[in-house]
Design a protein around this ligand. Structure first.
Ligand code: S3P
Length: 188
């Protein structure tokens, strides 16, 4: 069996996870800019490669198909790329293979947002554009929100973003990552 050497921390992809509408894309773009790295939004990459929007893919091919495409892309990006900032769709991290490759090869940041903040501030902005929210009552969405927290709890670092602007959240992530690099990989 091929022996895997651990990727140096400074070269690992930085991966943002969290519930839909938490700001993974906006914050990821800011982190990428601050670290002079490329940013990949997994949903946008799926849309680009398959020539259809995520809602179209859900409608035409079904959620199971989307989850397979999503999983394969994330496994590929985590295994074959370095030095990237990746933002994952909110449901991606529910898949065990996705968690495994992200935690093994990347540095995973959980963007943590309370249910109250999410419901008041984020839900109105995304309710019409996320197929997973379609035809669900608020109680069902709340259930989904809390069900997913146990998967999101498997991360390397967490940023509570309730009261933060995207710029402040990005700065916290960058400060934390630089601290980690300096402590665990000094003199590089
Ligand atoms: C999903 C979240 C979406 C997108 C798809 C499914 C989910 O991404 O991947 O609509 O299951 O939570 P965002 O987290 O960027 O909204």
């Amino acid at each position: 069996m091929e022996r895997q050497t651990a990727i140096p921390l400074r070269e690992r992809n930085i991966i943002l996870i969290g519930f839909m509408g938490a700001g993974k894309t906006t914050i990821g773009q800011l982190v990428a800019k601050k670290l002079y790295r490329d940013f990949i939004d997994v949903d946008a990459e799926i849309e680009r490669r398959h020539g259809m929007s995520i809602p179209e893919m859900f409608a035409q091919k079904g959620e199971a198909y989307f989850r397979q495409i999503e999983r394969e892309l994330i496994v590929d990006l985590c295994t074959n790329t370095r030095l990237k900032i990746l933002s994952l769709g909110g449901g991606a991290y529910l898949q065990e293979d996705v968690r495994r490759v992200c935690l093994a090869h990347g540095i995973v940041f959980f963007l943590d947002l309370s249910w109250e903040h999410w419901k008041e501030e984020r839900l109105p902005l995304i309710v019409d554009s996320r197929p997973v929210l379609k035809n669900k009552t608020l109680e069902e969405v709340e259930q989904l929100f809390f069900q997913r927290q146990s998967a999101y709890a498997l991360h390397h670092s967490r940023v509570v973003i309730n009261e933060l602007e995207a710029e402040q959240a990005a700065k916290q992530i960058v400060d934390s990552i630089k601290w980690t690099w300096d402590v665990y990989e000094p003199n590089r």
